[in-house]
Design a binder for this molecule. Sequence first.
Ligand SMILES: C[S@@+](CC[C@H](N)C(=O)[O-])C[C@H]1O[C@@H](n2cnc3c(N)ncnc32)[C@H](O)[C@@H]1O
Length: 282
Amino acid sequence: MTIKQLKSVFSEELSSIYPKTEIDTFFYITVEEYLNFKRIDTVLKAGEEIEKETEQIILSLLDRLKKEEPIQYIIGKTEFYGLPFNVNSNTLIPRPETEELVQWIIEESSSFGKEIKILDIGTGSGCIPISLKVNLPSAKVSTIDISSEAIQIAKQNALINNVEIEFINSDILQNKSLPDNYDIIVSNPPYVRELEKEEIKNNVLLNEPHLALFVENDNPLIFYDKISILASKHLNKGGILFFEINQYLGKETSQLVKNNGFNTIHLRKDLFGNDRMIKATL
Ligand SMILES: C[S@@+](CC[C@H](N)C(=O)[O-])C[C@H]1O[C@@H](n2cnc3c(N)ncnc32)[C@H](O)[C@@H]1O
């Protein structure tokens, strides 16, 4: 099969499941991963034959895409904030909204003018603490997750990105205190209500870890409540709490954080125009 034929096979096999732009993205990621082809090569070398062995690998990837498995899990990696990250079904696939949160934290960190301590709660792939450490090399960065499997991947990612992070395997909902005091505490905790499951696409619902995504309908802010209470006791003077939040619960989350002792709350929208991030100070 040639590259051109492969592109047609992707369209034919996937067009009933995914929009064209997404199919194109899958195709370009695939040829880059297995043939080391840049996008322009798919035009310049459109008639080139793919080796049989590679063709088989790509066709089995196509089968998995047809079952709505995320391509990041199939190839085992993704990019976040311009950095490489391994992912598997124990780690959430990092989202672009979270890159915006990281950007905000990096901007605000310059105001400290000293070596700062950062704690991230709910590490997943380690995307938040690792991208912060890469961009704020003098910061001391720690991170907590209940999932030892996620921490295993996050540790690999710290190695790949050549940074030192402290990893703590624990359940934040059971913690009576935090291990230290910090200048910045950040969390992107589980925040999707069970009632929002209908809105969630199959590729997420059937593949990403429910432990990372869902909270009970009747207590959707459980993590924000616990973490803001802990943060109110463990932030250094001038410290900042950052959250990624459920877009439908911006007002409620802000109010809760306020009730837990934070004076100034900034609610920020993401690139898609949804309430998505909070910055809070005591
Ligand atoms: C929404 S994911 C965020 C992952 C990553 N920070 C990101 O932005 O892609 C939430 C993370 O919180 C972790 N988590 C869930 N319950 C937890 C708990 N009780 N204590 C600590 N971590 C928890 C999950 O394992 C998951 O990695």
